[in-house]
Every structure is written in structure tokens, then in C-alpha cells.
Design a protein around this ligand. Structure first.
Ligand code: SF4
Length: 483
């Protein structure tokens, strides 16, 4: 997993909250792509379409073994290799083996979050393979030595001045902040790499079992070059990124590009089903599809989290999330950020390790509304919080700070008894007195201190609603009697 630094989620978030340049950059994406996707859901795509897409995703997940078997059969029939990797280590070792077999010195990459998830680049580099990102955003952050901060706009946190200085330093060109000049410089540098690479590495947006193809979308044309020019192509695919039929594939592809960037279709859509066939003029001599589990089987087996595998990684939930809008992607400290990252990272890499992520989201529900397949991330975030409060043996989760669970247990007991509730309210009114300032409980003690450190808490009212109802209602009744 790519981790940005050893600072905590709260340190990174606090720093990001004061970063107005970051907010301006994210606002541009959220206003453009986020609002664009919302408009498309309103004007072009019916709710029925999204409901059917979700059903299709769940149907495929329920038959995943059979669907993957069909996909691999079709690809092998065309001379491709399919490898099922149980762990991240298996997947990267397989890629290294392929690179060694072909004596690869230079590998070019199309954008792939899965390769970051399995930590593939460092292993190839340690073994003498130069790895070059060819997606412009990924190339920029690779030059800067940083991690992506958005699923589909990885260098959103960098403005053109920073990129200008970076290109001046790394590519040796005169300083410029003119986007076409910078793009031209990147294209020149990348073209040389693409022409001399021995291996191309890509991800997979959605594969189709019926036709036996992996499908890749891009707006830059780099993926097409990565997958056709080098003599070997390795495609990395999370095991859930497949559909059973071409009709379902078509339905999801329409949603993917709209949800991601509010485009009806990406500029380039590539369908790859194996190595170059006799009579074909381009394509790799060897094609490998690596189907990666790395914890997905466990999610599939758990009814609470199976749904997260229906995600098609459009990044739409980042484009609407108020939390992501304030803290950006690096605070999440993982390959996947935003609301989807807050669910995926704990499940992939340890719930306790990534506890802050699922506790940091607001549960406002905007991510579910914008998601092309209505992934219920707020529900899954609540499930993760429950695991953190009470522990979970299956996922090896240790309860974190039992005070929250105790407080809710006590609250539950008080709420189920009228007498206990009334007593608690009366006691609370007395205890709160020294802590109320300017009409709010600004500084709590004990476990409440953590809550009030970042939030104001309303004090218990002089009269609760039930007390007011009792007196006002009896006054009304007496008044009615008197009339
Ligand atoms: S959860 Fe939904 S909106 Fe978020 S990346 Fe996945 S498919 Fe897109």
C-alpha cells in the first residue's frame, strides 16, 4: 500500500483544512465533474438504469467464480495467459517473473490503482526495471515522488506553478506555467519511453466475460500505446471488475464515464482480449491478465461488505464528498481515498490500522446519491464503526476506546426506562453547570472531552420537551375545562 508519510490522519487533515489552494483545486473538480455527473443522472440516465446496473453488479458478484472462469477460458483460447493471484505478493511476483522472462528493462504503465494497491512498482524497480507512468497526472506525481490524491485526477493537489517548476527541474525545460507547453514537454519525454519500452502494464476498468475482453478507458491515448506497442502487456484486474454479458458491460461503461468525468464516453475505449492474432498489424506478442484477490474474497463472503465490490472506481463519490473537499486525498494515507477509500482501505489493509478513515466521514449520504450503482457507503461506514466499537473476530478487529460503546449502552438503558431517563436528565442539569459557556458545552471531561474538542454540544435544556408537554398540555386541558 502506498502511504504518504508517517503523520496521522488528524495531523494531515488539520493541515489540509487550512490549505486554500488545495480547496480551490478540489472545488474545480467538484463543481465540474461532480455537478456534471449529477446533471447527467437528472437529465440523461433514468433511476431505473442505475437500479438495473446495481442489480447486474450484484448478480455478477453472486456468480463470480463462473463469470471469471468464462473470462479466463475466452482469453486463454486466444493465446493469452490468465493468472489468479491470491495475495498482493503473488501478483507482484508474477509480474516480476514475466519481466525477467522477457529481460525487461523499461516498463510503461497506463493508469492502474490496482498496481499501487499491490505495491508493484517498487519491486520491479528494486529488480532493475525502470517503471514510467504514462498518464499525465500519474507522470507528474511520479516525477514529484508523491502519491495520487484522487482516483481519476491524481495530481489535483498540484497547481500549474508547481508543475512548471517540477518540469523545469526534472525535464530540464525552461520554466513555464502554460498548460499546452507543459503537456507538450511531457508528451515528448513519454513518447521516447513508449517507443523503447519492453513491457506495458495497465489496469482494467471493466472486463466482459461473454466476449473475453478487458476494457480500458482514457482521454489521452497513452493506454492504447502502452498496451499495443511493447512486446508484452500485463493487465492487472481486481477480481470483481468483470461483467457477465456484453449488454451489462455496455450499461456499466455508460455509467462509468458519466460518473467519473461527466462524459458520455471517454476519448479512447480499448477492448483487449489477448495477444496479437495472425494477420493483425499491432498488439503485443504476449498478453497476461492477473486477476487479483488480495482480500476481496473475504469481502465477498461477508454480507455486510459484499456490496462494496460493486464499485466501478469512477471516483464520483470523491467529487461530491464534503470531507474529501476539505481534506483532499493525501490525508487518507492509502491507495484509495475519499468515501470509497474510507470503506476499502480498512477492509483491504486492517480496520484498526485505518480506523480514522471510517470515523472521519460525515455519513451525509451524498456519496450514495451520486454513485452510479448506488453503493451504500454510509451503511458500510456505520458497520465499520460498529466493529471498532465492539470488536469483530472475523476481521480481527480490536475494540477501540470502549468508552463510546459504554456511553451508548448506558444511553440505551436510560432510554428504555422512564424513571432512569428522568433521573439522568436531572443529574445532567446539575453536573453540566461549570462547563456551560455562551450557551454551549464547550469543554467536556473524561470521554466527552474528545467529542467537545472539535464540536460544541448543546446543554440539557432547562425544561425538556416531555416536561414542557406535560405542563403545557395540562394547562391546555384545564383551559378547555374552564370554557
Ligand atoms: S463507490 Fe460509487 S461513486 Fe464511489 S468510486 Fe465506486 S462506483 Fe464510483
Amino acid at each position: 500500500m502506498h502511504e504518504t508519510c508517517d503523520k496521522t490522519y488528524s495531523e494531515l487533515s488539520s493541515a489540509a483544512i487550512g490549505d486554500s489552494e488545495l480547496h480551490a483545486a478540489i472545488r474545480m473538480v467538484q463543481n465540474g465533474m461532480g455537478k456534471g455527473a449529477q446533471a447527467m443522472w437528472r437529465d440523461e440516465i433514468t433511476p431505473e438504469h442505475r437500479r438495473l446496473a446495481k442489480e447486474a453488479r450484484l448478480r455478477t458478484l453472486n456468480n463470480l467464480d463462473a463469470v471469471l472462469a468464462t473470462l479466463s477460458e475466452k482469453i486463454r483460447a486466444r493465446g493469452g495467459h490468465v493468472y489468479f493471484a491470491a495475495t498482493a505478493e503473488d501478483a507482484r511476483n508474477y509480474c516480476l517473473e514475466v519481466a525477467r522472462k522477457h529481460n525487461v528493462r523499461l516498463a510503461v504503465k497506463g493508469k492502474s490503482m490496482t498496481s499501487a494497491e499491490i505495491g508493484m512498482d517498487p519491486l520491479l524497480e528494486e529488480n532493475g526495471v525502470e517503471v514510467v507512468e504514462t498518464d499525465l497526472g500519474e507522470y507528474i506525481i511520479q516525477l514529484a515522488g508523491e502519491a495520487p490524491s484522487h482516483i481519476i485526477a491524481p495530481c489535483i493537489h498540484m497547481n500549474r506553478k508547481r508543475i512548471g517548476k517540477l518540469f523545469q527541474e526534472k525535464l530540464g525545460i525552461p520554466y513555464s506555467e502554460d498548460p499546452p507547453t507543459l503537456t507538450k514537454a511531457a508528451r515528448k519525454a513519454l513518447r521516447e519511453k513508449l517507443l523503447s519500452a519492453d513491457m506495458g502494464i495497465s489496469g482494467c476498468n471493466i472486463a466482459c466475460a461473454e466476449t473475453g475482453h478487458v476494457c480500458l478507458v482514457s482521454n489521452e491515448g497513452n493506454i492504447r500505446m502502452c498496451t499495443t506497442m511493447p512486446k508484452v502487456h500485463v493487465a492487472l484486474m481486481g477480481m470483481e471488475r468483470v461483467t457477465a454479458t456484453l449488454a451489462e458491460h455496455d450499461m456499466l461503461l455508460r455509467l462509468l464515464t458519466r460518473g467519473a468525468s461527466a462524459q458520455k464516453v471517454s476519448t479512447y475505449v480499448s477492448f483487449i482480449g489477448g495477444p496479437r492474432q495472425p494477420g493483425e498489424t499491432d498488439g503485443p506478442e504476449e498478453f497476461h491478465l492477473v486477476v487479483i484477490d488480495n482480500g476481496r474474497m473475504k469481502m465477498l463472503a461477508d454480507p455486510r461488505f459484499r456490496e462494496v465490490l460493486s464499485c466501478i472506481r469512477c471516483g464520483g463519490c470523491l467529487n461530491i464528498c464534503p470531507v474529501y473537499g476539505r481534506i483532499g486525498g493525501h490525508a487518507y494515507k492509502g491507495t484509495y481515498c475519499g468515501p470509497i477509500g474510507a470503506v476499502l482501505m480498512p477492509l483491504l489493509d486492517g480496520v484498526n490500522k485505518h480506523a480514522d478513515l471510517c470515523r472521519g466521514e460525515s455519513l451525509c449520504g451524498a456519496c450514495k446519491d451520486i454513485c452510479p450503482v448506488h453503493n451504500d457507503l454510509p451503511r458500510m461506514l456505520s458497520e465499520l464503526r460498529y466493529m471498532l466499537a465492539y470488536g469483530d473476530e472475523d476481521w480481527g478487529v480490536e475494540p477501540v476506546d470502549g468508552s463510546e460503546a459504554c456511553a451508548f449502552k448506558a444511553w440505551g438503558a436510560a432510554m428504555s426506562s422512564r424513571t432512569a431517563y428522568d433521573l439522568l436528565v436531572k443529574a445532567g442539569r446539575i453536573v453540566q453547570v461549570p462547563f456551560v459557556k455562551n450557551g454551549v458545552l464547550g469543554k467536556g471531561v473524561g470521554p466527552l472531552a474528545k467529542w467537545t474538542a472539535t464540536r460544541d454540544f448543546p446543554p440539557i435544556a432547562k425544561k425538556t420537551f416531555a416536561e414542557r408537554w406535560k405542563t403545557d398540555h395540562s394547562k391546555r386541558l384545564n383551559g378547555a375545562d374552564n370554557e
